[in-house]
Design a protein around this ligand. Structure first.
Ligand SMILES: Nc1nc2c(ncn2[C@@H]2O[C@H](COP(=O)(O)OP(=O)(O)O)[C@@H](O)[C@H]2O)c(=O)[nH]1
Ligand SMILES: [Mg+2]
Length: 228
């Protein structure tokens, strides 16, 4: 008897999240900020990649970031080295960010003063996939050190994302990373999914990714103007 009730409670939480996520999406659209979230397992390189992105975009755009972890302000401190405004969200025991946490963290910021907002989710390949944060673009990161078959084992997180980013490619040879097998795993789950390969250490592939981000922001703004 307890199983259906648990499922019902979970559905209600998800429904509430979707309502707040919809409000956030409207707010993002109205203020013109382009919002990008990052999901992956812990240690895939989200913070390293985000620090690189913030540092490279900051001279050109108004950028800011929210970062979620169960505990510590460590990642916010790392990201703040870019000079961008950064806020840490600590979730306690929760393995994902929820839209209400994002809404509350943004209360003291003026979104109209931002071009890009980045949201680093809690490191987890399962929970974040169910929670819409109202973002324009969701990146799923997977590092060369995690093996090639993570997309096959955790298809839901790849299905909930828009773009895949293979990280730490500077380590590819050392771990005998099979690029073709990794791309085939992603394609098996999400045929046609856009894939970038980057190294936050060497900077390889980061320029191409930033060109893509700029183009996505421009495209999103053109759509918002065409459909007020
Ligand atoms: N060699 C190499 N190490 C990386 C790269 N990106 C991240 N790392 C390392 O991987 C570890 C986890 O990175 P972090 O950004 O904290 O991952 P997160 O948990 O997904 O935010 C750290 O020791 C980083 O220095 C990369 O591109 N190349
Ligand atoms: Mg991190």
């Amino acid at each position: 008897m307890s199983q259906p009730r648990l499922i019902e409670v979970r559905k209600n939480i998800l429904r509430q999240n979707d309502v707040v996520a919809r409000e956030l999406r409207e707010q993002f659209r109205g203020t013109g900020v382009f919002v990008v979230s990052l999901v992956s397992s812990p240690g895939s390189g989200k913070t390293a990649f985000l620090e690189k992105i913030l540092t490279l975009l900051a001279p050109e755009f108004r950028v800011a970031a929210l970062v979620g972890d169960l505990a510590t302000e460590n990642d916010a401190q790392r990201l703040a080295r870019s000079g961008a405004p950064v806020k840490q969200i600590t979730t306690g025991t929760l393995c994902h960010l929820e839209a209400a946490m994002v809404r509350d963290a943004l209360l003291s910021w003026s979104l109209a003063d931002l071009d890009f907002l980045f949201i680093e989710n809690v490191g987890n390949l399962v929970c974040p996939s169910s929670y819409d944060l109202g973002e324009n673009l969701r990146l799923v990161l997977t590092s060369v050190t995690e093996g090639e078959d993570k997309p096959l084992k955790y298809p839901t997180i790849f299905n909930s994302a828009d773009v895949a980013v293979i990280t730490k490619i500077d380590l590819a040879a050392a771990v005998e990373f099979d690029e073709n097998a990794a791309c085939a795993s992603i394609a098996a789950v999400r045929p046609g999914m856009r894939i970038f390969q980057v190294s936050s250490k060497s900077g390889a592939g980061v320029g191409a990714f930033l060109d893509f981000l700029r183009a996505e922001r421009t495209r999103s703004r053109a759509t918002a103007v065409a459909e007020p």
